[in-house]
Structures are given as structure tokens and as C-alpha cells.
Design a protein around this ligand. Structure first.
Ligand SMILES: Nc1ncnc2c1ncn2[C@@H]1O[C@H](COP(=O)(O)OP(=O)(O)OP(=O)(O)O)[C@@H](O)[C@H]1O
Length: 651
């Protein structure tokens, strides 16, 4: 789901410049005075990543975006005129003053990030790079290169080499552990790109890539059709679902009519090459209790058990009438603020001016159990919604007792979970239509629901804007937010063996605050973290994993091939990295996945988020700290380890 950016403008509750600075900081900061004299304009740090996505989407000929926007049509022939289409790509180098575009070579759109791995080209030499054109697939020297780029066009060789050599970023790859790897393809020009610093890893990656290549389908013209999927950074579920629908529609053996039984806990999609590429299921297991394994079998009795469990969590015995529980007179200052593949998000404020604050309530309305597809997806069942409810409530409970062994306010507060039934209330439909008229909705009109429809409503505390749209004062503030995020993950790791598994910048919310410090307790050790004026909150546990009450709640995405072939941002590498470290067993606990997401967040803080003041001493000091962290974060094995390191280095 994305909160519309225009809407977000109305939600601007960012503190005034310098509101969070103490008086000493203010003495050091000459900017307000200069601004008053109109000598200095407000500074906004532009995002390299974002710019590069945008630029990458536009070819030199002005061709269409190669990024898949949810509303966009996917071209009929992915393979069409591969070489003649846009092959331009932008990189941070352009922003750093390089006049030529060294990446007119169809590298991955993630070039901006990937090049951070190289230390001024020191480890790169021409022999260490290997290229093969399409005819000589993977015909390259596998030993000891720092990078291999396979299946690029021949002319890219020189320009790519020059680009990497002139790169002035600090290295981000942990050269001891060699954990980073990358296999990607762009839509217009096929290539597989590996990164590694030793021959063993390179060899492994080569083997992996050969598998990728073997899975591709030859179209008989010597070209290989690649079901490449380039997604916009951030919320990906809607785009991937739209893409899948498109594949189903255009597939010659269209089996779209084939409906899977919703009680099978699975949704089937017919993929690009005619295979099932996504088999999504949410699983709730209690391995230590045999009765729970019996629950794996879908029977009407079992269905009742799952329903009862969800209702227990709602403190209800049966679903309540939607219209009554959320009547118009209780929601006088309400508006729709976002939408996602699974439902709609409304905001009810306490003030008439509709200025949201921490007293405002966000309502996530998720239709469940119905037979009709909603927004191209099967509706979740009671069984499938239970993990999300349990995880949301238990993580929110980490804030209830400040004296408990593990304490954090960093997960979104759940005020109430309700199960309701009936047609969508008229006042919600009106709000839906206003949103649709103003911003355009991609979701189905809620009048598709009849009076037998059941919904889960999650009532959440309003937590601000997401990391992508929030404007930070400077890097000291982002660093403050980072500490909060890392500690919050650490506390949940300790309490629940928690892994978020989808912590992209749409799932971190930020709200300006006057509170000076926040408390976190990790395994009975209490830490005070200065807020620097922002409060960070983690949301959206759709892919999360946690152990609670002898149960393992997780989402088995092992066969979700689309997600693992997506590209367009470092974010999409993380899904592959998680799959590798978990050995594609999504039930197991591997806290390194939290480290992967922390490394992603740091890169966004360096190269993605918006800053107001980038010239202050505080900004450069903390910006260097972030840069240092990106060089070491992958050495840690868990958020617990990393948070201890950060807190120790605070003093
Ligand atoms: N507590 C909150 N405070 C402010 N905004 C929120 C809150 N919860 C959700 N939102 C907004 O609503 C959007 C959708 O929320 P969320 O990510 O939980 O839904 P989702 O259905 O899981 O989305 P998707 O499935 O598309 O990823 C978020 O991106 C965020 O902008």
C-alpha cells in the first residue's frame, strides 16, 4: 500500500528547522541567520537512488519507463527488439559531476548501489572483468575476478570498466565473509551480473547463474526469453500482483479460470513460461503439539478452530456488523490515506482540521474468507490472517510494560483488532470514491462486497510518513532513527526470534517528536536513545517470522519465483539474499535477514532519503558515521549483535 504523496503533503508535521537542536547546536549552525538574510536557500538532498530509477526508466530515445508501475501495461513481447530499445542507465556518477553517462551499457538499475562495493577501482582490473555476448553465454574466466558481467553487449566492456574504475565510493562489501552476491537481469538487455572477491564464491555464483540460464526459454531465434521483472522500490505487492495478472491474461494456455480452493491456503498464478511461479501461503504451525498438525488438513471443523482463534484475538465471539461498529457518527474526521493488495487504509483524526497526530487512528480494512478475488488476489482465510494479527499484537505488546526484560515502542501500536461483517458502509465507500477521484485508485470498488463479507480491521496508532517521503533535518536525525530501528529489531529478536523480512522504506514510518529520549530494554539492559526529534516505527508484518507460544508464525514464500527474480533496487537483492541464507526454508530463524534489511536502510539513509540541511557539521559527522556503518554492518549476525556494537560505540 502506498500513501499518496499529495495526501502526504497535508500530513506534514515535520518540526520547524532546528526545533530539535539544543542551544549549542544552534550556535554552531549559521544557516538560519543566512536564510533570514536570504543568502542561503533551503537545501534538499536529492536522492541518487530515486533519480537513478527515474532516469533509468527513460531511454535516450524517450522510450517508456522500464520500471513496472502498478497501472502500467506490460509489453506484449518482452523480447521485442531487445537490443534496439533503451539501454541507458543512470548512476550516481552522473550526479557526482561526470559528464558522460558511463552506464550506457544496460547494467542493472541497481548500479547506484552496487558500485558502492568497489573501493575506487583498486580491486578492479581489466582481466578481472569478464564479458560474454549472447552467443558465448557464460564463456568467461571464473577465477578471481572482482566482478563478472556476463551476457552484456560487447561495446559495454570499455565503458563499464571505466565507470567502475572511476568510482569514488567507499566499499560496502565485507571482503572476509563475501556475503554479497547479485544475479539480475534488465528487461531490455539480458545480462547476469555476479559480484565476488574470491574464486570459490564466484564459482558458486556461476553455477547458480547457469541454472538461471537453463530455466530460460529459447524462442528459436537465438535469443532467450527472460521473465524479467523490474519493480518500483518500496511496496511491491501490488505491482507484482498486477504483473502476474497480466501474465495470466496473455498466456496462450490461459488457465486463469482455474480456481484453487481457498481453504488450500494457496493462490496459484500462471507464469510467463507457463509454470506456476507463485504459490503463496501463510502457515501457522505448532510443531510441538500434534493437534496443530492435524489442523494442517483443511476441514470445516478446522476452519472453525482458526475462526475462533482470530475472534479470540478480537475479544469477540462472532463477527460484528461493520456498519454499526464503524458508524459514520464515530468517524467524523475520516479519510482514505492509502491502499494495498490486501485492503484499504483509512485515517480518523481527532481534530477537525484533519491534522494527524499520535492520537489519530489508522484503520486497515482487510476483506477475508470471501469467494471473490479482491484486487486480483484471493482473499485471505482466517488461518492466513491469524499470523499477521498475532504478530501485530504481540509486537505492540512489547510497549506495555516498561519494566519487562524486553521493551520497545518501535513497533506500531495496535489499539484494537475487530472482525466485522456486512456490505462496505456507505460512508467508507464515499471516502473510497473521493480518494479514487483525487488520486486514482487501483483497487476494486468496495461495492463488490455483499452482506456476507467478513473483514478484519486493524486499528493502529498513526505513526507518520514513510522513510521515502519523510524529510529529515540532517544525518544526525537519520542516525537517531537508525538506532531506534536497530534496537527495536534487536528487542524483538530477543523476545520472539523475530525477523521482519520486508523492511523496505515504505515500512518504516517517522513522526516528529518533542520527546528527547526513548527507552529500549534488551534482555534486561536498558538503553536511552536520543530521538533527535524523530520517532521511528516499524509496520507491515506480512512476510515476518516470529516464535510465540510454541508456534512459529511465518510466510512461506519459497516458491514465489517472481519476487526472487525482481530487480529495480537493492531491496530486491535482499529477497534473494534472505532466500540464500535461509536455504529457502522460511520457517527457520536466521537473524542475519534483519542485518540485510538494516544494511538496506543505511544505504537509503545515505543515498535515498531527503535532507533539509546538508551543510552543517552535524550532518557531515553523522553522514560519515553512516558511511562507516555500511562498510561493517554485514559483519554482524543479528540485530542484537549490531545494536550492542552501536550502543557501545555511543559512549
Ligand atoms: N500506523 C500507521 N500510521 C500511518 N500510516 C500508516 C500506518 N499503517 C499503515 N500506514 C500507511 O498505509 C500503508 C499501507 O500499510 P501496510 O503496509 O500495513 O499495508 P499492506 O496492505 O500490508 O500493504 P502491501 O500489502 O501493499 O505491502 C503504509 O505504507 C503506510 O503508508
Amino acid at each position: 500500500m502506498n500513501v499518496n504523496t499529495d495526501e502526504s503533503k497535508d500530513l506534514d508535521i515535520t518540526l520547524e528547522d532546528g526545533a530539535w537542536l539544543d542551544s549549542f547546536d544552534k550556535l554552531l549552525e549559521p544557516r538560519p541567520a543566512l536564510r533570514e538574510l536570504n543568502i542561503l536557500k533551503k537545501e534538499v538532498h536529492a536522492s541518487f537512488n530515486r533519480d537513478s530509477s527515474v532516469e533509468n526508466s527513460i531511454s535516450s530515445k524517450g522510450n517508456e519507463s522500464s520500471l513496472l508501475k502498478p497501472s502500467q501495461e506490460w509489453p506484449n513481447d518482452l523480447n521485442e527488439d531487445i537490443q534496439s530499445k533503451s539501454n541507458s542507465i543512470s548512476t550516481p556518477l552522473v550526479h557526482r559531476g561526470l559528464k558522460v553517462d558511463p552506464f550506457k551499457c544496460s547494467l542493472s538499475p541497481i548500479g547506484a548501489w552496487r558500485l558502492l562495493y568497489f573501493d575506487k577501482g583498486k580491486n578492479i582490473n581489466k582481466d578481472g572483468m569478464c564479458f560474454a555476448n549472447q552467443k558465448k553465454r557464460l564463456n568467461c574466466t571464473p577465477l578471481t575476478p572482482s566482478i563478472q558481467i556476463v551476457e552484456c553487449d560487447e561495446p559495454v566492456k570499455k565503458t563499464a570498466f571505466n565507470a567502475i574504475q572511476s568510482q569514488d565510493s567507499t566499499p560496502a562489501l565485507n571482503r572476509q565473509t563475501n556475503r554479497f552476491q547479485h544475479v539480475t537481469r534488465t528487461r531490455n538487455t539480458r545480462h547476469v551480473c555476479f559480484e565476488s572477491t574470491n574464486s570459490k564464491t564466484t564459482q558458486n555464483l556461476k553455477e547458480k547463474s547457469e541454472n538461471v540460464v537453463t530455466n530460460e526459454k529459447d524462442d528459436g531465434k537465438g535469443d532467450v526469453r527472460v521473465p524479467s521483472l523490474t519493480l518500483q522500490p518500496g511496496k511491491w505487492r501490488k505491482s507484482i500482483s498486477a504483473w502476474r495478472r497480466k501474465q495470466v491474461e496473455k498466456h496462450p494456455n490461459n488457465l486463469a479460470g482455474r480456481q484453487s480452493d481457498k481453504r488450500n491456503s494457496s493462490v496459484e498464478f500462471i507464469g510467463f513460461v507457463g509454470t506456476i511461479v507463485g504459490k503463496r501461503k501463510s502457515i501457522f504451525l505448532k510443531p510441538e503439539r500434534i493437534s496443530e498438525n492435524v489442523l494442517r488438513i483443511s476441514t470445516p471443523e478446522n476452519h472453525e478452530v482458526w475462526e475462533r482463534r482470530v475472534l479470540d484475538r478480537c475479544n469477540q465471539r462472532f463477527p460484528l456488523p461493520f456498519e454499526e461498529l464503524y458508524s459514520a457518527d464515530k468517524l467524523t474526521n475520516c479519510m482514505k490515506i492509502g491502499e494495498g493488495a490486501y485492503g484499504e487504509v483509512f485515517l480518523n483524526t481527532t481534530s477537525k482540521r484533519r491534522m494527524p497526530d499520535a492520537n489519530s487512528t489508522v484503520m486497515k480494512v482487510i476483506p477475508i474468507e470471501g469467494d471473490i478475488d479482491v484486487n486480483g488476489e484471493k482473499q485471505k482465510t482466517f488461518e492466513q490472517i491469524l499470523p499477521e494479527v498475532v504478530i501485530s499484537v504481540e509486537l505492540a505488546n512489547l510497549r506495555t510494560d516498561v519494566n519487562s526484560a524486553n521493551f520497545t515502542c518501535g513497533f506500531v501500536n495496535v489499539r484494537k483488532v475487530a472482525c466485522v461483517k456486512g456490505q462496505y458502509p456507505q460512508h467508507f465507500i464515499k471516502l473510497w470514491e473521493i480518494f479514487d477521484k483525487d488520486k486514482g485508485s487501483e483497487n476494486d470498488h468496495p461495492d463488490i462486497f455483499d452482506d456476507s463479507q467478513i473483514y478484519i480491521v486493524l486499528e493502529l496508532e498513526f505513526c507518520g510518513r514513510d522513510l521515502e517521503s519523510f524529510q529529515f533535518q540532517n544525518a544526525e536525525q537519520t542516525y537517531g532513527a537508525l538506532l531506534q530501528i536497530v534496537l527495536t529489531l534487536a528487542v524483538a529478536e530477543q523476545a520472539f526470534q523475530f525477523e521482519h523480512r520486508d523492511l523496505h522504506w515504505g515500512n518504516i514510518l517517522l513522526l516528529s517528536t518533542n520527546v528527547k529520549e526513548l527507552k529500549f530494554t534488551l534482555d534486561k539492559h536498558t538503553y536511552s536513545v536520543p530521538t533527535k526529534g524523530v520517532k521511528a516505527t516499524i509496520i507491515d508484518y506480512t512476510l515476518s517470522r516470529m516464535s510465540f507460544d510454541n508456534c512459529c508464525h511465518y510466510n512461506d514464500i519459497s516458491s514465489d519465483e517472481d519476487l526472487f527474480t525482481a530487480s529495480g533496487d537493492y531491496q530486491f537483492d535482499i529477497y534473494r539474499m534472505m532466500r540464500d541464507v535461509l536455504g529457502n526454508n522460511w520457517e527457520s530463524f536466521e537473524p542475519r535477514t534483519n542485518i540485510f534489511w538494516i544494511s538496506y536502510i543505511i544505504t537509503k539513509m545515505i543515498d535515498g532519503v531527503k535532507y533539509k540541511n546538508i551543510r552543517s557539521k552535524a550532518h557531515s559527522t553523522y553522514f560519515s558515521k553512516l558511511n562507516n556503518l555500511i562498510g561493517i554492518v554485514m559483519n554482524f549476525n543479528s540485530a542484537i549483535e549490531f545494536s550492542k556494537y552501536l550502543m557501545d560505540s555511543q559512549v
